[in-house]
Design a protein. Structure first.
Lengths: 160, 147
């Protein structure tokens, strides 16, 4: 009977480093480097980092995009945002409702449309730059009042 | 010569790339915890006729940073008007906080506040005033639209 072995008898330095057997003698060629990283522990560390990042991004709840050039105001006494709510961003007098640009005139109609779709009391998260003038916020207050949105939440960066 | 069928995946370069990727992502992502300051707005034309309004503090903020505090519907004392002068950098935050604290200590029922900024007032200052009010246990903080 002919025995065919698919596994070569010659072992690579990697395999040698990972195996517990004491057979890491130099092979005939003597060219292979005996250098190998303990891969298992590295992979373990990577797994932990990946899991940590995945959990970290999931449990903080809501992910929202803020443009890089926008500096949100800071506040000491702020509430955490637990659930996903409609977001309105104000950039240089332009309104973006859930990332879609809305002009001032139709803001009220769009908000009431959103309110009709919402199952519970509607809240709106307002993202605006610190340097903005209050006059740019005013149309939103009026539109929100017309649409019947009682609760406005202003996005801030907590300092504590 | 017999061809070897045995092979090993070269994992080290893959790991290198992965570690570089993870470092890159960690460095480029801006991890920012976001909070919010809540306001309760009056909606529609809810009639409050016949109802007794709760004592409230109206905070008027002007463009240059001076703040006017006025008390409304406080039963035991007359309506008070106070102003906090601006400083060279804008709103005088320490004086404003002291005034709000004093009012809160003087009238424990004072839990409602309305912030009335002028058109050119800064949004950041408005939020900071609302933050100060929240800090002093004002439950209902509202924003008034421009008159």
């Amino acid at each position: 009977m002919i025995k065919v072995s698919f596994i070569s008898q010659r072992r690579s330095p990697l395999m040698q480093a990972m195996s517990l057997k004491k057979d890491n003698k130099k092979t005939k060629q003597g060219k292979e480097l005996g250098l190998a990283l303990p891969l298992t522990s590295l992979i373990d560390a990577f797994c932990i980092i990946v899991i940590y990042l995945l959990i970290g991004t999931q449990t903080t709840g809501v992910e929202s995009k803020i443009p890089g050039q926008m500096s949100l105001p800071t506040a000491e006494h702020s509430q955490a945002i637990e659930k996903e709510i409609a977001t309105l961003r104000i950039e240089k007098g332009n309104y973006f409702l859930n990332e879609k640009q809305v002009d001032r005139g139709s803001l009220s109609a769009k908000l009431s449309q959103l309110k009709k779709q919402a199952s519970e009391a509607m809240e709106l998260l307002v993202q605006a730059d610190t340097q903005m003038e209050y006059a740019d916020l005013d149309p939103l207050l009026r539109a929100g009042s017309e649409a019947g949105i009682e609760k406005l939440r202003f996005a801030v960066i907590p300092t504590k | 010569m017999k061809k070897e069928l045995n092979f090993e995946l070269n994992i080290l370069p893959v790991l290198d790339i992965l570690s570089v990727l993870i470092c890159f992502l960690l460095l480029t992502a801006v991890w920012l915890q976001l909070g919010s300051i809540d306001t309760k707005q009056a909606i529609g034309d809810n009639s409050t006729a016949g109802q007794k309004n709760p004592p409230s503090l109206w905070v008027t903020l002007s463009k240059d940073g001076s703040v006017q505090l006025s008390l409304r519907d406080v039963p035991q004392s007359k309506n008070l008007e106070e102003s906090v002068a601006k400083t060279s950098t804008g709103v005088n935050w320490t004086a404003l906080e002291a005034k709000i604290q004093a009012l809160r200590a003087q009238i424990p029922d004072l839990k409602t506040s309305i912030v009335r900024p002028e058109a050119r007032a800064s949004y950041g200052d408005v939020i900071r005033i609302m933050d100060q009010l929240k800090k002093n246990q004002f439950d209902g903080v509202g924003l008034s639209p421009l008159g």
